[in-house]
Each structure stands twice: as C-alpha cells, then as structure tokens.
Write a protein that binds this ligand. Structure first.
Ligand code: SAM
Length: 291
C-alpha cells in the first residue's frame, strides 16, 4: 500500500511521433470521446495546456498554444491581400481559424468546409474559446470533403485557408497535385492560398512536394513560413503561402498597424507578418529553391 498521502493517480496522454520520440501531457479530465465515420475524436482537459482536441491520437489544437497557429494561418494571407471579401476555410473544425478570419472588417463571407460534423459539435460544446464564431452570420458551414468541394464548386475566392491535419486518411488528398490545381481554379486572379504544411525538420520532402505542386498549378509566389508550435512533432511548424499576385514582403505595414488597433492578437503584428518569412531557416530556403 502507498503510505504517501500526497499520492495522486497520474493519467497522461502521449502522442508518439515515431518509435523513439513522444510528447505527453498530464490529464485532468476526459471531456469527450467518440468515433465518427472518419476518425476517433477526444477532448481532454490538461494541467498545463488547457483543453486539447485530439483526432486519431494526434494533437490538433490546445487552448494554450492555439493562438500562434490560428493567428498565423489567418492574418498572414488576409493582410497580404489588400481587400479580402470572400474566404474559404477547409478543415479547421475546432473553429480557431474562422474566429480569426471574421476579425477582418473587409471579410463579407466565410465558406467553412469541414468534413466531420462531430468535430464541430464537440468543439462547440467543449472548446468555446475556439469555436465561438462558428455561428457568426458571415460564416456558412458546409459539412463535406474539401477535396470534392474545390473540384466541384464554381465559386471564386479572394483567400483560401487549408487548416488540415497530417496527410493521412481523409486529409491525404489535401496534399496532392490535383487539389492544388482545383484551389488555383477557385481563386480570383489576385487570390492567395495558405496551407498547414507540417514540420520543416521532419517533413522537408513533403514541403518540397507542396511547393512543386503549387508551382505546377500556376502560382507565381510560393513562400513557406515557420513558427514554434510546442505541441506538434518537433515543436517547429510551417505554413505554405501561394499567391497569384501579392507578395507578403510588400504588404504596407501601416495598413496592418492601423487595422490591429481594432483587432486583438497575441502573436501576430506588422513585424511578425514579414518576420516569419525573413527568418526562414537556410535549409528550408535551399529546399524550396530546389522544388
Ligand atoms: N491545426 C490542426 C493541425 O495542424 O493538426 C488541424 C486542426 S483541424 C481540427 C483539422 C480538421 O480537418 C479536422 O476537423 C478534420 O475533420 C478536417 N479534415 C480532414 N480531412 C478533411 C477534408 N478532406 N476536407 C475537409 N476537412 C477535413
């Protein structure tokens, strides 16, 4: 019998990155567990990272570090575009990206295409800090496969944001050649897309493939950018921006500064907007050049 009165049962969630590396967080409570037709869905409450969404045993988002990811996937493309009105978000069922997108006054409509209605419902109930704008009147929620959506729709967008999980299962096709061609087709002549593009440290080949496919699809400007992401494998993550016309390094900083007076952000500002590209590591720039 344990004689120590301070003894507590320790429950941990562990995501195994490979056979040798894993990340664990100590669990306070298990809030939700279910299986949809696409994936296993869990929401847990943790001691240090707040509520955490887990799909198929993989960290998707945590209350503690989500702002880094959601601000950078949204504000970088939306400020690179001078007047984004029509936006498409693919994936992102937790709602964090949509929450950031609707902060932009110019945005009139957000088509939000998520595969799994169960993720939306679970996050609406247990993660309101992220899902709080899913019912915003500008947001048009469409429960379907994003790959099929861009292949079939005739709509044209100013900005398309692909907030997807790892390239496995139903998300695999979101990293394939055909998908990028359809995204190019669904953008206006000055449109911009951005995609979650995994770890530069672990997935450099994948980032090179994405850049090659985006170039083949017809994009003129293709620029990955990196940032710290404590709960994703390697702690170091990337997005890849592809643009038909506008270069994020030419964005007017004063315009961002002015808009941010009425927009709350914790990570993103006019210096970060260019800084994420200017601080791109040498090995990544070299890999992109070879793509
Ligand atoms: N930030 C996260 C990351 O990098 O892991 C992504 C989070 S978000 C929860 C990913 C969402 O993409 C999930 O809700 C999943 O259901 C959705 N998804 C996966 N494949 C999809 C597809 N083909 N079309 C639309 N949504 C998809």
């Amino acid at each position: 019998m344990n004689q120590n009165n301070n003894f507590k049962c320790h429950i941990w969630f562990t995501e195994y990155h490979n056979n040798n590396v894993a990340l664990s967080v100590r669990v306070k409570d298990i809030l939700y567990m279910d299986k949809s037709e696409f994936q296993e869905i869990e929401i847990i409450d943790t001691y240090d990272f707040g509520k955490v969404l887990i799909l198929d045993n993989t960290f998707q988002t945590t209350e503690r570090d989500e702002f880094i990811y959601h601000e950078l996937i949204s504000h970088v493309p939306l400020f690179t575009h001078p007047n984004p009105k029509e936006v498409l978000v693919i994936g992102g069922g937790d709602g964090g990206t949509v929450r950031e997108v609707v902060k932009h006054k110019s945005v009139e409509t957000v088509d939000f295409v998520e595969l799994d209605g169960k993720v939306i419902e679970a996050c609406k109930k247990y993660m309101p800090k992220l899902s709080c704008e899913i019912d915003n009147e500008k947001v048009n929620l469409i429960i379907t496969d994003g790959i099929r959506y861009v292949a079939e729709t005739d709509k044209k967008y100013d900005v398309i944001i692909v907030d997807c999980p790892d390239p496995v299962g139903p998300a695999k096709g979101l990293f394939e050649k055909e998908f990028y061609k359809n995204v190019f087709k669904c953008l206006k002549d000055d449109g911009i897309m951005v995609q979650q593009s995994e770890s530069p440290l672990y997935n450099l080949d994948l980032i090179q493939n994405i850049c090659r496919y985006l170039k083949d699809a017809g994009f003129k400007i293709i620029m990955p950018y990196t940032y710290p992401m404590p709960t994703y494998p390697s702690g170091f993550w990337s997005f890849t921006l592809a643009s038909k016309k506008y270069n994020p390094l030419e964005t007017d900083e004063e315009r961002i500064k002015e808009a941010l007076k009425d927009m709350e952000t914790k990570y993103y500002d006019e210096e970060v907007h260019k800084g994420v590209f200017l601080a791109s590591p040498k090995f990544l720039k070299e890999a992109v050049k070879k793509a």
